[in-house]
Design a protein around this ligand. Sequence first.
Ligand SMILES: [Zn+2]
Ligand SMILES: [Zn+2]
Length: 293
Amino acid sequence: MGWGMENDGKMSLRLFIGGMRGSRPATGGAFEIFGGDTTSLLVVGSGGERLVLDAGTGMCAVARELVRTEHGEATVLFSHYHLDHLAGLMMNPLFYAPEWTFHFVGPTFADGGVRQAITRLLAPPYWPVPWERMRARLEFSEFAEEGIRTGNLCVRGCSMPHPGGCMAYRIEDGDSGASLVFATDFEWPNRSKEQEATFMTMCREPKAADAIVMDAHFIRADAHRFAGWGHNCWEDCLDIAESAGIPCVILGHHAPDADDEALFAREQQVKKRMPRAALARAGQWLTISGQGT
Ligand SMILES: [Zn+2]
Ligand SMILES: [Zn+2]
């Protein structure tokens, strides 16, 4: 469904948007359509593989989708460890369920890696139940330079310009050939030459990804006032997608004060330039089909 990502009966990647609010959650009736929960997405591969991308407060919605599936195992891959991408960890009911196993995978930055970030947070004084006492099995591993594989889903990553570091990922479904790039929390004007080259290669090779999720927190006219905050404007996002030849664009990390009215207006501007681009809506399932070879 949506933006020409038609499901024509072939195997495909499916993407659930638990939340794509940026920086902090937003609540109230003015945020119902695009959602107020922070970044957490669920990718389901053709073979039923479950890959959670980031664990913002949208992870509660992701957990509700996970319990509908039969077996209790998922990989949770982190782009980085800012709180808006971790705050859903504390509230995930599946961590208290013994039949579940979660493999936490993430990069290591100068300030630490995935084990350190999570075991610090799921512990007093921040949370009453230490991670060791949660009944689910929780495992930690560093994102390997050569990438990771879960079932037939292959993931490779590259570094992006963001304070403290952030990774973008390309997820490839071996069965359907469908591919998705997840690039949250980056400030494109602050990229190094090397970051630009590796990211654009990741978007383009072995063929242009079928869809891309990107940080579009700002509009270009405002971006200079927030230089160094680590976020991107939607205009740069569309430039990247056009340059990489990626047909479907999902924009997220919505600013916490941007209500539905503001985001609808922005989406109209976005669609004028690229009809197959849209702003992420919490609670939405999307099907991403491979373009074939
Ligand atoms: Zn963020
Ligand atoms: Zn961040």
